[in-house]
Design a protein around this ligand. Structure first.
Ligand code: ZN
Length: 225
């Protein structure tokens, strides 16, 4: 029987992926890993723990302190304000943490190896997002190949959301029975609950739910406590 390791950030997409993995691999055959990379919004770690507990999966939190030491992006550096606009030179928003997904997936692979797990599930997508180059399919395919070679280990990276729009992902969450869990997720770049509703992350999330004509369980939680 195959089992899977889900990279769980505490957000909407990785939570949906956790339920995708539970359906695909079965209860008791799925674990989750979350990275504490010095993200300024510690609430993400609490959300990941709640989501994992609700889904009744083993949850490992691994520390990576190098991104915060590097600085220079709005997700780990409290001196940098999240910008809606993109950098003229790179074409990327200042929420881009260079190399983040590459490192996350490499450590996830190392954990998977130690657990004899051959499948890793990640919620990256190249549609609808900020154009992070480490979320593209070409990057993931190349990394999968690198990990297989570098660890001499049969490993498959699953990216069920790669070509899904935000609305598609919301509908998928509904179909997988993941909507209640989305009430425990965190998306807001300002790190607050109830979410600010105005930052790029909140607006993208709201757009997805609106296009799917499904109320956001997180918003509902604060409107109808
Ligand atoms: Zn927000």
């Amino acid at each position: 029987m195959e089992s899977a390791l889900v990279v769980l950030s505490g957000g909407q997409d990785s939570t949906t992926c956790l339920y995708w993995a539970l359906k695909r691999f079965g209860a008791g055959r799925v674990e989750a890993v979350t990275f504490d990379y010095g993200q300024r919004h510690r609430i993400e770690l609490d959300c990941a723990a709640r989501v994992a507990a609700r889904a009744d999966v083993l949850h490992t939190v691994l520390p990576i302190n190098t991104f915060a030491a590097l600085g220079g992006n709005a997700l780990t550096d409290t001196n940098i304000v999240v910008q809606d606009s993109v950098d003229a030179q790179t074409g990327l928003p200042n929420t881009f943490v260079p190399g983040r997904n590459l490192i996350f997936l490499t450590f996830a692979a190392a954990l998977a190896y130690s657990r004899d797990i051959h499948h890793i599930v990640t919620g990256v997508a190249q549609t609808d997002y900020s154009g992070y180059p480490d979320c593209r399919q070409a990057t993931l395919q190349a990394l999968e190949q690198t990990l297989r070679l570098g660890m001499e280990y049969a490993l498959t990276l699953h990216t069920p959301l790669m070509f899904q729009s935000k609305a598609d992902t919301v509908r998928l969450a509904r179909d997988l029975g993941a909507l209640p869990a989305l009430a425990d997720t965190h998306t807001c770049y300002n790190g607050i609950q109830p979410p600010c509703g105005e930052c790029p992350a909140c607006m993208l999330r709201a757009k997805g739910f609106a296009e799917a004509s499904i109320p956001d369980p997180l918003v509902e939680r604060f409107h109808n406590p």
